[in-house]
Each structure stands twice: as structure tokens, then as C-alpha cells.
Write a protein that binds this ligand. Structure first.
Ligand SMILES: N[C@@H]1[C@@H](O)[C@H](O)[C@@H](COP(=O)(O)O)O[C@@H]1O
Length: 241
């Protein structure tokens, strides 16, 4: 697990963008794993800037997102479909047929994950999976639990996650209570993983993820067992490393 510490959020975002841009340039048909939340916004801005400068071609890129809230249609402005279009896909020349985000409304309970796993298996291995880190150590929406999830499925969100994500909604009651998320096993199948973490509020949990015991109580800690993980963080988040 390589840890790259950058001075601030902007430098962290630029460093991550360089990694993803290099992958797209070296392998125009690459399959990328995308993430949502506030952390990757700077990275996506950098990729759009590179595209607008004529340095990046997304036309043959395929993407898989980590997760989506259950109950939010793609048109809902707090859905992860909407987030990805608004922050990246609507601003580059990606073919939307090659963009995949779990479906939060179109399946019977339990079916969305199965369909997503089948699509991923048919499409191919994710080259680089981008991850953020929840304050409770979750990756995707894999919450602290008694065991690591194996495949994409439905997750009951913890109150701490609902609390952390309510800032994007009018009121806490509007935050969905369930999500479809790539499982830990699904995430670990990626060839490479980039974990982006910024801010002093993540310093304690990042220490657990990088140096603590590997336990499903801190889902991100599983990354210690992946052969190619790059953690890119700012100095605030690296405080205890
Ligand atoms: N499902 C997302 C995660 O993928 C993300 O990593 C986490 C951290 O969000 P932020 O980057 O806003 O701290 O929030 C949500 O729970």
C-alpha cells in the first residue's frame, strides 16, 4: 500500500487525475471504477480540464460506479447517476452506453446487485478503481459489519452515514436508508485501487485503514490485502500516518 501525501486538496486531486489520465492515454479502451462524494470532485474537474485542453479522449472508456442510493431515479439531483453526469460524464466525450452505475429503482429487492455483477463479469476487469473513504471506514457503501461483503448487493446505511450524507439533502428524512454497492469482494477484484482521502476529519479513520488490524468493522482496512493500492491524501488526513 503506497501512500502519497500532498500539501492540500488541490494537489491531491491533480496527483490522482495524473494517474487516471495516464491510464486512459496508455489504454484508450480502459475500464475505470468511479466514486462519488465530495472527495473526487476536484479529480473530476482536473480530468474535464485535460479533456477540454484536447489531452484526453474518453470515447472508448468504460466506467463502473461503486454505488447508488436505492429509491433515487437517475434524474434525482442527489442520485449518483446525476452526480457523475454533472461532475464528469456530461463534460467529456464518453459514450453513455459504456457508463454503468448501479440501478437504484429498476429492480426488485436483491436483483440490482446480481445484474451489476453479471454486467461487470461480461465487460472485463476494472483497471483502476477509485475509492473515497467514509468517516466510519466504509468504501462504496460497505458499512462496518461482522463480515466483508463478497458481491454487489443492497446495504442498509448506518446512521453515521445518513448523518454524514444529509448535508446534500433538504432534511435527514430525505436521505435514502439503503443503497446498492459493489461488495468488498467486487472492489478487490480491480487490478489497481486509488484511495483518495482529504481533511482532518478523516485522519483517524485513515490511520485505522492503513495501519490498523484488517477487520470488517473498518471495511477500508481490507485494502491492506490488495497488491496494488495507492493512497493519495492531503497533509491533514495524513496527520496520524
Ligand atoms: N458512497 C459514498 C462513498 O463512496 C464516499 O467515499 C463516502 C465519502 O464521502 P466524502 O468524499 O464526501 O467524504 O460517501 C459516500 O458514502
Amino acid at each position: 500500500m503506497e501512500v502519497i501525501v500532498k500539501k492540500n486538496y488541490e494537489e491531491m486531486s491533480k496527483a490522482a487525475a495524473t494517474l487516471f489520465a495516464a491510464e486512459i492515454m496508455e489504454n484508450p479502451k480502459t475500464i475505470l471504477g468511479m466514486a462519488t462524494g465530495s472527495t473526487p470532485v476536484g479529480l473530476y474537474k482536473e480530468l474535464v480540464k485535460m479533456y477540454e485542453a484536447g489531452d484526453l479522449d474518453f470515447s472508448q472508456v468504460t466506467t463502473f460506479n461503486l454505488d447508488e442510493y436505492i429509491g433515487l431515479a437517475p434524474e434525482h439531483d442527489q442520485s449518483y447517476h446525476y452526480f457523475m453526469n454533472d461532475n464528469l460524464f456530461n463534460h467529456v466525450n464518453i459514450n453513455k452506453e459504456n457508463v454503468h452505475v448501479p440501478d437504484g429503482v429498476g429492480f426488485e429487492a436483491g436483483e440490482a446487485g446480481k445484474a451489476y455483477e453479471e454486467l461487470m463479469a461480461k465487460t472485463g476487469q476494472v483497471e483502476i478503481q477509485l475509492l473515497g473513504l467514509g468517516c466510519n471506514g466504509h468504501i462504496g457503501f460497505n458499512e462496518p459489519a461482522d463480515e466483508f461483503t463478497k458481491v454487489t448487493g443492497e446495504i442498509d446505511l448506518t446512521d453515521s452515514t445518513i448523518e454524514a450524507n444529509k448535508r446534500f439533502f433538504e432534511k435527514k428524512e430525505d436521505v435514502p436508508r439503503k443503497a446498492v454497492s459493489m461488495g468488498i469482494g467486487t472492489i478487490m477484484r480491480a487490478k489497481k485501487i486509488v484511495l483518495l482521502v482529504n481533511g482532518e476529519n478523516k485522519a483517524e479513520i485513515l490511520k485505522e485503514v492503513v495501519n490498523g488490524p484488517v477487520t470488517p468493522k473498518v471495511p477500508g482496512s481490507i485494502l491492506q490485502f490488495h497488491p496494488h493500492v495507492t493512497v493519495i491524501c492531503d497533509e491533514e488526513a495524513a496527520k496520524y500516518l
